[in-house]
Design a protein. Structure first.
Lengths: 778, 437
């Protein structure tokens, strides 16, 4: 719309016609206070805090509902306006309990801030406050009713934002109260958005309430360790006896790719890190068959010596390595380098949840869609997957796009997934018809039998001027190729491939494959890697994960190194088949796999280390060390130590101190490193290089950027906490079709998270509180 | 059934058929019924609206907005259906006029809807009845059924090409729903809370369609305007205040009741002649001129004409025409409390100043009246009310604030008499002081 010019507090401003006055002012740095107004949610005009004086209008007007108009003259601060706001706050404080000293929101409460600003410091009322008892609505949501100021944000974010509609308003007048539509409990997705958006301490989190004061925590912005969306989360950490414990997860920093959103996992699913049964001592299997705690030196020396013996005696091709979906890019990269250059094997794999190599091959170096692109997309075609359950961040972005920008959503799925409610068009297909659907969309009418409905669907998609096609793990191998080819036949198409975990994409990009090096370079074309690594690399593809266990069953796998994975449980491996294999495992817990190991190293999790992760859309972000657990070490350090114990040249493995290498700028120091971070950013900007240690993951980041050109993104932006989308140019490869069964999607729900979720007490309690057949608000 | 009252000064226009059995459609037709609708049909939309403007009819719900102008705001072309909505959610304390119309002349309401629908070319009308008026539902529904049976509603009404459906809907007992946008929410099956305006109902109203929403008396007046002619109607009242109005006289009067008097009729005369004065030789203390939300007038302020402009000039409002007369025995604190109890109970709770303000005013007044008052209470009460005024989402906050401010301003001494643990003097007189031992 055309711009209009208007005057606010004597300043001439311009904004597009129709912009709400409150937004136009905020865009120009004029803050108008509000409780009920929240960008992107429906208008309420209920709190009356945003009242302003508009020339020629008799009464004060609410800035949240007034669109700017040409020539409008507005005053946003005056004695009259300050008095109106003060009176409103006085009225609120009349019933609001002044239990600020114990309230969770104390110190980060909008009502406190407004009271401070408008000075409602006098107690006007001598009568008794209205009281109601506190309620628990779910394992994670508590409602302290007297604290509620009825801004209705929770009701709206739950309904409009989440499409869950679990909250409503009961009664009227001073008896009005927010209440769950499920009477005494929430029928919802337990996302905690209601708590996040509450301006006061009325809605509190079951995991955080009454635990600490906000200013007693350090707040560390990092990336969620659960699904593949890579939502930014802020962890509140506090010193504990055995390190730094995580007390709270939230989304106070709304600048991330998730915008306002965080789901149950990001908000509450951190508590696995605080469990007492974390491994905190290395374990070595004794001749008696028992796993016994030993010192770090003993465990590392033992494992290194044994691996070296087995490599030298039986050859690297008899050693297998299994990497993780949750370690950082640097760790995955280092692991494959260790496997190939030190162990001398291509037997390396990980739990694959999507066919990224097929996608990379089909994309032919083109860049895919970032999660941020969904925010501006005109149309989205969702094939397979159930983002509400498996990619809640993506689901939020799509819902928001449909709701606020009229985005068109096309859904084809074999189930009635919840996002169909936002769909312009929903096509239900059979589970094994995804490939046929693509053939049909590409123009072959004979490929699908239900032509009437499908034809309208196809015509609508073809009529879109631009489109993001996002697909789940239903598509593998040649299906992906066909889909990408179909996409290239339409104008302005972007694609995105959905994998399951926090760094599934990074594991793939970093070459945790028996046949592919980092950047999907085939192992047969490893020359420039060999040059960089200063070692000869095995040139024949190794065994994939399933083949490794087959080999073990035949007594042909001498050793197996498992980093942050639990293949024994995931793939139902018979423990007996591993009898003759020397196993080194590093993990947080004594998993089914770790229990079979000969050496177990206690590892740090993603919240306890620094590095980078790549979400399934190719958005690269830094994780920052927030928590710390005494007795654990980062996988990066463990790999380096193991390599050293095997006699490898550490400088060859981690090129620390080399020319052109820049450090993590203090990121690895964790929560206490605020000052150091700024210092590091300054150093980086001036091309200065702090000293490095071989355990500093960023020591290897330069090498990654050299060998995987897609990762050559501006380092400074990354360090500042911004997500950077990978550049186009994942290496063009001829990829041999992957066996379909090697891709093993985890099909997680909102309340399960593969290997980590089961260690989260909060998520378990939510699962237990629910009827088995219940589907969230559907 | 309410007893009908009258006085020689009355001008029976809207009340023309009261007490004459006009609930019977044949009787209604006998008494010039449905002639105005036929006349309007010949005139066409533009001429109907012109007539309405000529009549100077102003909304009888309380705000006094010119009806013809309201109708003219409805866009001629609309993608969404247009609606005529009758606000019969009569809930303002002191007001009891609409119920007489529904009880005695339900077809006048239907005929008014037909004319309004013709004016804006709406195909659907709703008559929203106050939920507590249970006994009127049957009367109104029968009238609608009879009108359908005679072809006055439904397809091709009066044999023309015009279709019009009318539905009677009842409220669930909320004063707030008398506010037009809250009424639309309620009618749509939602919580009775007001809507953000603009857009105004004439553009985006019921179900998002252009809607005219008028008070039941306003709508029932429409056929009479076409019956006697708009110019004739206008002449009955004062300048810019056309016609007559049903005044509801209640309180300390010899002859309380509903009287149809010309607009601008003198309030003093209304009390002493029409209403027969104050019974039992008591003196007049105060008058609430237009329903409980209008600021009180003292006995010295009542020599005014009862039209929107003159009452406004006197610092109050004509409102809904509910004249409440208070004699010297009334405790004004108790009266203020009774009024506030109503608004506290009826506040929808949507916005902070009204929800919290009415609650604290009620608490303060209750305590003051009971003898627990402290010095700052009186100023506080006024402060609270003044800070609600003009700051709330809808006029309900104003309706609670305006009379409160007037009570404190005009009867401050009575408030002060309640202080220092004394409580209400009226109740003190009734209970003798305990004897000193």
């Amino acid at each position: 719309m055309a711009d209009v010019t208007f005057t606010v507090d004597g300043k001439k401003l311009t904004a597009p016609a129709g912009t709400l006055l409150i937004e136009a002012c905020r865009a120009h740095g004029i803050e108008i206070p509000a409780f009920c107004y929240y960008p992107g949610l429906s208008l309420q005009a209920a709190c009356r805090m945003c009242v302003v004086r508009i020339e020629k209008v008799p009464k004060l007007q609410t800035a949240c509902t007034t669109p700017v108009a040409e020539g409008m003259v507005v005053v946003t601060e005056s004695p009259e306006i300050a008095q109106a706001r003060k009176a409103t706050i006085e009225l609120l404080l009349g019933n609001h309990p002044l239990d600020c000293p114990v309230c969770d929101a104390g110190g980060e409460c909008e009502l406190q801030d407004m009271t401070f600003k408008y000075g409602a410091h006098e107690s006007k009322f001598v009568d008794i406050k209205n009281h109601r008892d506190e309620q628990q609505w779910s394992p994670v949501v508590y409602f302290d009713r007297p604290r509620c100021i009825l801004c209705y944000r929770c009701v709206r974010v739950c309904g409009e934002g989440m499409d869950v509609w679990a909250l409503g308003i009961q009664n009227r007048g001073s008896g009005s109260v927010i209440a769950p539509n499920g009477q005494d409990h929430l029928d919802c997705e337990e996302c905690g958005m209601c708590i996040d958006i509450c301006p006061v301490g009325a809605l509190t989190s079951g995991t955080y309430r009454y635990k600490t004061r906000p200013w007693e925590m350090s707040h560390v912005g990092t990336v969620c360790t659960h699904c593949g969306d890579g939502c930014k989360t802020t962890l509140g950490v506090r010193r504990a006896n055995d390190g730094m414990e995580i007390v709270r997860g939230d989304n106070r920093d709304k600048s991330g790719i998730n915008g306002d959103f965080l789901c149950i996992k990001g908000r509450y699913g951190f508590d696995f890190a605080n469990r007492e049964d974390r491994l905190t001592q290395p374990l070595v299997r004794q001749p008696s068959g028992e796993l016994k705690p030993v010192s770090w030196d003993e465990a590392i020396d033992f494992a290194g010596k044994r691996l070296r013996e087995l490599r030298d005696a039986r050859g690297g091709q008899t050693i297998g390595v299994i990497g993780s979906n949750r370690t950082t890019n640097e760790e995955s990269y280092l692991l494959q380098k260790f496997a190939r250059a030190v162990l001398g094997t291509n037997n390396i794999d990980h739990h694959r949840t999507a066919d990224y190599p097929a996608f990379a091959a089909a994309m032919n170096g083109e860049s895919e869609a970032s999660l941020r692109d969904f925010a501006s997309a005109k149309a989205v075609l969702l094939l397979g997957n159930d983002p509400t359950e498996q990619h809640p961040g993506l689901a939020w972005q799509i819902r928001t796009g449909v709701r606020l920008r009229g985005q068109h959503l096309y859904v084809a799925n074999h189930q009635n997934i919840k996002l169909r409610r936002q769909a312009t068009s929903f096509l239900r297909i059979r589970e094994n018809d995804y490939a046929a659907l693509i053939t049909y969309l590409a123009g072959d009418d004979s490929a699908l039998d239900r032509n009437g409905e499908a034809k309208a669907f196809r015509d609508a998609i073809r009529g879109e001027g631009s489109l993001i096609i996002v697909f789940g793990s239903e598509f593998r191998g040649s299906d992906v190729e066909a889909l990408v080819k179909f996409g290239s036949s339409l104008p302005n198409v972007q694609l995105a491939c959905l994998g399951d975990y926090a760094n599934s994409r990074g594991a793939a990009d970093m070459g945790l494959y028996p046949d592919l090096l980092p950047g999907y370079v085939p192992v047969i074309a490893a020359a420039h890697f060999a040059q960089e690594y200063g070692a000869s690399l095995p040139s024949q593809p190794g065994l994939d994960l399933l083949q490794m266990f087959d080999a073990a069953g035949h007594g042909e796998l001498a050793a197996l190194y498992v980093v942050g994975a639990n293949p024994v449980a995931r793939y139902n491996i018979d423990p007996a088949s591993l009898r003759n294999t020397f196993i080194v495992a590093q993990d947080l817990f004594l998993t089914e796999t770790a229990r079979l190991a000969d050496v177990v190293f206690p590892a740090a999790n993603l919240y306890e280390k620094s590095g980078s992760v790549t979400n399934t859309f190719g958005d690269l972000q830094l994780v920052k060390k927030a928590a710390d657990r005494a007795g654990t070490r980062a996988d990066f350090e463990l790999i380096v130590r193991l390599a050293v114990a095997m006699g490898a040249d550490v400088k060859q493995l981690v090129p620390f101190g080399h020319r052109g290498v820049r450090a993590d700028m203090g990121q690895a120091r964790g929560a206490q490193s605020g000052e150091a971070d700024r210092h590091g950013v300054w150093l980086a900007a001036h091309h200065l290089e702090p000293k490095l240690s071989p355990f500093d993951p960023f020591a290897i980041f330069d090498e990654i950027q050299r060998l995987v050109p897609a990762y050559e993104v501006p380092r400074l932006d990354l360090l500042s906490g911004n997500d950077q989308h990978l550049r186009s140019g994942l290496v063009q490869i001829q990829h041999a079709a992957t066996r379909r069964d090697v891709v093993w999607p985890s099909n997680d729900t909102l309340f399960t998270s593969g290997t980590l979720g089961r260690y989260s007490r909060t998520m378990s309690s939510v699962l237990e509180s629910r009827e088995p057949a219940e589907t969230a608000a559907d | 059934m309410a007893t009908l009252t009258t006085h020689p000064d009355c001008v029976p226009l809207v009340s023309y058929r009261f007490g004459k059995g006009a609930t019977n459609i044949d009787k209604y037709l006998e008494l010039d019924g449905y002639k105005s609708a036929r006349k309007a049909m010949e005139l066409g939309p533009d001429a109907i609206i012109a007539e309405m403007k000529t009549s100077n009819l102003r909304g009888r719900g309380g705000a006094g907005f010119p009806t013809g102008m309201k109708w003219s705001f409805v866009p001629k072309q609309s993608a969404k259906p247009k609606y005529v909505l009758v606000n019969g959610d009569e809930s303002e304390p002191g007001t009891c006029k609409d119920r007489l119309i529904f009880e005695h002349d339900p077809h006048a309401v239907i005929e008014g809807v037909i004319i309004a629908a013709l004016a804006i070319q709406a195909k659907m009308g709703f008559i929203y009845l106050r939920g507590e008026y249970r006994y009127l539902i049957e009367i109104m529904e029968k009238a609608v059924a009879d009108a359908y049976a005679r072809g006055f509603l439904g397809k091709k009404i009066f044999g023309s090409d015009f279709d019009l459906d009318v539905v009677v809907q009842t409220g669930a007992g909320a004063y707030e729903v008398g506010e037009e946008s809250a009424l639309m929410e309620s009618l749509e099956g939602k919580r009775g809370i007001p809507r953000i305006r603009p857009p105004f109902p004439a553009v985006v109203g019921l179900y998002g369609g252009p809607t005219i929403i008028n008070n039941a008396e306003t709508i029932a007046t429409v056929p009479h305007i076409f019956r006697i002619g708009a110019a004739e109607y206008a002449k009955l009242g004062t300048e810019r205040n056309g016609g007559t109005r049903l005044f509801c006289l209640s309180g300390h009067l010899v002859r309380p009741g509903v009287y149809e008097l010309p607009m601008g009729y003198n309030l003093k005369k209304m009390i002493y002649e029409v209403g027969g004065g104050i019974p039992n030789g008591k003196k007049l203390k105060a008058v609430v001129p237009g329903g409980s939300s209008t600021p009180v007038l003292t006995a010295d302020e009542i020599d005014i004409g009862m039209d929107f402009d003159q009452v406004g000039k006197a610092g109050s409002m004509l409102g809904s025409g509910g004249v409440v007369v208070l004699d010297e025995t009334v405790c004004m604190v108790e009266f203020a409390l009774r009024t506030m109890k109503f608004y506290q109970h009826e506040s929808c709770g949507w916005c902070i100043p009204c929800r919290e303000g009415t609650d604290w005013l009620k608490k303060s007044l209750t305590r003051l009246h009971a003898g627990g008052g402290v010095d700052k209470d009186i100023d506080n009460i006024r402060y609270l009310a003044e800070n609600m005024l003009g700051r709330t989402f809808c006029p309900l906050g104003d309706a609670a604030a305006m009379p409160t401010i007037a009570f404190v301003k005009k009867f401050r001494k009575e408030f002060e008499d309640h202080l220092e643990g004394r409580g209400c003097p009226k109740h003190r007189a009734a209970e003798p002081e305990p004897a000193l031992v």
